[in-house]
Structures are given as structure tokens and as C-alpha cells.
Design a protein around this ligand. Structure first.
Ligand SMILES: Cc1cc2nc3c(=O)[nH]c(=O)nc-3n(C[C@H](O)[C@H](O)[C@H](O)COP(=O)(O)OP(=O)(O)OC[C@H]3O[C@@H](n4cnc5c(N)ncnc54)[C@H](O)[C@@H]3O)c2cc1C
Length: 399
């Protein structure tokens, strides 16, 4: 970075800090205590508080829900270094992300790369403002790790497709407004080449969802059924039969997003949580020496992982990142997040297993701990990520 660039970044940091100080409501700077503190946006969203609404509106107006997207699509137009400064300042001040969104994490990057100008102008600003909530229609009962075996059909009817089939594990399908969906447009073609990537409104006649109840007592995902659903051709991204490349590109973003799940949580540091639960010894250290050692080891691994994510970001900035590295980030980030919650439960002891009491915030800790078990499955399982790492990064011979 040149001296002039460094001065600009220093000025940007000062201005950003002042803006956040003035605009981030105090309630949005407190650690999240449960998944209910997350803002997902969308047509049917009910804000948990005025502070949550204000925070989203202020950030969206500045384009900072998607800081590095171009301004014409609702983004902040920030450079890589500016976006990094914004993230650092938000972390230092404990600001919550204003919006969690599959549109931001997954569909947006894919649209920016593969969408037509009209598609970008139609969908990206609504994602940036949190107006439309998206879900992901990839997995099917017989197509998970082997995603290219998907069977949902889209029949060509001239200016539109008619879609029939079933998806499964569709996160928040019952709450989402639109879906980005993989469909088979050519059954005669090889399985990777007959796939297309389409978008449609979940309110279209013929779309139904059935929530699946989980061990945590919640139903964060659904079976999703399509019966003669009409999808306009203007909602086909890229070419018919060219959906596989888009699907893979989107998956690299999904994997990076899952990898950084712990980083986004804006929770209290583990050591502080444990201190509150276990207490301190005469020297001011965590009273339980075994747990203390495990938390220290975790903190070192977490710091190393954050630096690895930064290194990946720097390499991506200059076009030198191996896209398969998103699998390494996904694999390790998922393991770290599971470890974080195991340690949280260990610190809480049997009290942490409380399920329904007010005192336990209706079992928030236990429910979140159980939810993390899915981290090594969603977005592609850990075994599949290890296969990708072996093949595409380590270049080991296939079995
Ligand atoms: C919390 C959560 C949220 C999800 N959200 C969504 C969503 O919003 N949209 C969506 O489309 N999907 C979603 N999924 C589905 C997810 O993508 C699939 O569960 C995942 O890809 C695995 O597919 P599967 O469940 O069919 O398991 P399978 O593919 O049947 O795998 C079963 C087991 O076999 C192993 N295995 C399979 N193939 C190989 C191989 N080649 N080498 C080694 N081991 C292998 C797997 O690792 C796994 O242990 C979600 C899943 C979870 C848990």
C-alpha cells in the first residue's frame, strides 16, 4: 500500500468509527444471546425492536449491508481494504451484522458474476435493503453430496418453464419470499450439463413447504414441493443447461459463509462466558484448570483461523486464491464452531441443558449447541470437503 493509500485508509477508519458510534444503536452493540437476535429481513419480517429496524435501515441506506457491492446495485462501493476496515471497526465496537441473508452470502455474488444487467437491477438492491428473503433449492431426497443427480424437472414451454419435483432441507423455505433453485432442463444430457439455475417467487401457485422438526425443537428447514410451477424464462440465470458452473460458484460462497459462522456471531468471548459460569481462582484465572487449557487452545486456533481467512481474502483480492480453499475454510470453521459450543456447554454444566426455563432464555444455549451439529453437514459435508481438499489443493491421486 502506498503512503497516500495508507493515509486514505486511516481517514476512512476515523470516519467509519465516528459514523458507527453515531448510528449503531446501543442495543445492537450487545452480544447476541440467541438466534432470535438475528435479523433476516424479507416481506414478512417482524423486527424484534426499533433498534433492529433502525440499524438495518441506516446500514442499508449507506450500502453497508453489502459494503463491497457496486453502488448501482445497493452496495457501498467500498474497496477491499475499506470493507476490511469496516468489518474490523464493527467487530471492535461489537456491532451486530444488520442483516443475515442468503441473498447477500450466496445469490448476490452469483448474480454479480452470471446475472444479466436486468436481473442484477431487479434483485440485488432488494437483497441489499433486506426486502426479499431468499432460500436455496439445491438438495433433493436422492441428491445431497451427489448434487448433480437432482431430478426436479423444468419443462420448456416457450417463454416459460413448468417445474415439477421436490427439494429437501430447504432452510427457511416457509419464511422465504423467493428461491434460487437447481432444475433439470435436459434429461438426455450428461448429469452436470442438463442442469439450469432459476429464480422464482415462493408465492407462485404450486409451491408448498412442509417444515421438518429437529432435535433442537425448532424447524429451521423444510421439504419443498413444486407442482406445475410456472417460471418465466426471464428468471433463468445464464444459459439453459449452464447452471452447474453457477451452482458451484455459489457453493464456494456458501462454504466461506459457513466457515466464518463463528466470526459473525458477535457473542462474548468464550473465556468471559466461562468466567461468569465457573468463576475465577485466587489469581484471577478461570477456576477450572482443564477447561482453562481447552479454552486457551481454542482461542489460539480461532485467532489462527481468523488470520487464515484474512490471508485467503488478500489472495482473492489479487486473483491468486485457489477457489477450492473455500472447502478448507468451511471444514475448519464448522469444526471450530462446534468446539466453541461444546466448550460453552462444558462451562455451563448441567444448567446449560435447561430447556424451557426463563432463566435459560428457553434453552438458548442448548438449542444453539444442537444446531451447530449441522454445521459439518450443511453446504456440503466435512467428508466431501476433505475430498475436495485432497483432490484440488493437495493434488493427491484419486481412489
Ligand atoms: C442445517 C442444514 C441446513 C441445510 N440447508 C439447506 C438448504 O437451505 N438448501 C439445500 O438445498 N440443502 C440444505 N441442506 C442440505 C445439505 O446440503 C445436505 O444435507 C448435504 O449436502 C449432504 O447431503 P445428504 O444429506 O443427502 O447426505 P448424503 O450425501 O447422503 O451423505 C450421507 C453421508 O455419506 C457421506 N458421503 C457422501 N458422499 C461421500 C463421498 N463421496 N465421500 C465420502 N463421504 C461421502 C457424507 O459425508 C455423509 O456422512 C442443509 C443441511 C443442514 C444439515
Amino acid at each position: 500500500m502506498s503512503e497516500a493509500e495508507a493515509t486514505d485508509i486511516t481517514r476512512f477508519r476515523t470516519e467509519t468509527r465516528a459514523w458507527l458510534e453515531a448510528n449503531c444503536p446501543a442495543a445492537m452493540r450487545r452480544p447476541m444471546t440467541s438466534e432470535d437476535d438475528i435479523c433476516w429481513g424479507g416481506r414478512h419480517w417482524t423486527f424484534a425492536s426499533d433498534a433492529q429496524r433502525q440499524w438495518l435501515e441506516r446500514m442499508a441506506q449507506r450500502g453497508w449491508t453489502v459494503p463491497s457491492w457496486p453502488r448501482e446495485y445497493g452496495g457501498g462501493g467500498l474497496s477491499f481494504d475499506e470493507a476490511k476496515v469496516l468489518a474490523q471497526e464493527m467487530r471492535t465496537m461489537g456491532c451486530r451484522p444488520p442483516l443475515n441473508s442468503f441473498g447477500i452470502w450466496m445469490l448476490g455474488p452469483a448474480l454479480l458474476k452470471f446475472g444479466s444487467e436486468a436481473q442484477k437491477r431487479e434483485h440485488l438492491p432488494k437483497i441489499a435493503r433486506g426486502e426479499i428473503r431468499w432460500c436455496q433449492g439445491y438438495s433433493e431426497p436422492n441428491a445431497g453430496s451427489d448434487l448433480a443427480s437432482l431430478q426436479t424437472r423444468a419443462e420448456d414451454r416457450g417463454d416459460h418453464f413448468i417445474v415439477n419435483g421436490q427439494k429437501i432441507w430447504t432452510s427457511y423455505a416457509d419464511k422465504a419470499d423467493w428461491i434460487f433453485c437447481l432444475v433439470r432442463t435436459d434429461s438426455a444430457a450428461k448429469k452436470h450439463t442438463g442442469v439450469s439455475f432459476v429464480l422464482f417467487d415462493m408465492a407462485t401457485p404450486g409451491v408448498t413447504t412442509k417444515p421438518i422438526l429437529l432435535i433442537s425443537g425448532k424447524s429451521p428447514f423444510c421439504e419443498t414441493f413444486f407442482d406445475d410451477v410456472r417460471v418465466e424464462k426471464s428468471n433463468l440465470i445464464g444459459k439453459a443447461g449452464g447452471g452447474w458452473d453457477i451452482a458451484k460458484y455459489l457453493l464456494t460462497h456458501e462454504r466461506e459463509m459457513i466457515g466464518s459462522i463463528g466470526d459473525r456471531a458477535v457473542a462474548k468471548p468464550l473465556g468471559q462466558v466461562a468466567a461468569g459460569l465457573v468463576g475465577l481462582d485466587a489469581e484471577g484465572r478461570l477456576a477450572d484448570p482443564l477447561l482453562r487449557a481447552q479454552i486457551a487452545e481454542f482461542a489460539v486456533d480461532e485467532a489462527a483461523f481468523r488470520l487464515t481467512m484474512e490471508r485467503f481474502g488478500e489472495l482473492a483480492k489479487v486473483g491468486q486464491a485457489n477457489p477450492a480453499f473455500s472447502s478448507a475454510l468451511k471444514y475448519y470453521g464448522a469444526e471450530l464452531n462446534k468446539r466453541r459450543h461444546e466448550l460453552m456447554m462444558a462451562a455451563g454444566g448441567s444448567d446449560a441443558l435447561e430447556w424451557d426455563s426463563e432463566r435459560s432464555n428457553h434453552g438458548a444455549a442448548a438449542r444453539t449447541w444442537l444446531r451447530t451439529k449441522g454445521n459439518s453437514i450443511e453446504g456440503g459435508t466435512s467428508e466431501v470437503q476433505l475430498n475436495v481438499i485432497a483432490k484440488r489443493i493437495l493434488e493427491l491421486p484419486g481412489a
